[in-house]
Design a protein around this ligand. Sequence first.
Ligand code: DQA
Length: 146
Amino acid sequence: QLITILNGPNLNLLGQRQPEIYGHDTLDDVANSCTAVAAQFGLRCELMQSNHEGALIDMIHTARQTSAGIIINPAAFTHTSIALLDALHTFEGPVLEVHISNVHKRESFRHSSYVSLRADGVIAGFGVQGYSLAMQRMGHILAPKG
Ligand code: DQA
């Protein structure tokens, strides 16, 4: 089974972008660690990123056909996008939301998430390790004997 890992705007710059908040690991590092965890459960994963809201929506629509679960860091769209929420409502499998930083410790506009209205679980403030923890959770949900 395939797990789609979606990343929103500015996360292509992970590793260079505000490293004091988001750390030095890159999205390639995230893909590698998630692939290793997924394999422990007999799962595969594909990591994608876009700076464009509509492209992320299209990726969710594609995942409806291809993927058993979605791990998503919607980045700033977390706090603004009803359209992403609606797209996630069309997806039937588990959805896990990841934030690298502890959004609750930051500006108040980061405290609310449209995506959380659909997410089955949320991780925030665990750094990039949050992605592999979410993948571990996905494994337990989808392949409980793995
Ligand atoms: C983020 C938190 C968001 O508030 C921010 O806009 C991001 C990244 C995180 O991973 O901590 O771009 O989703």
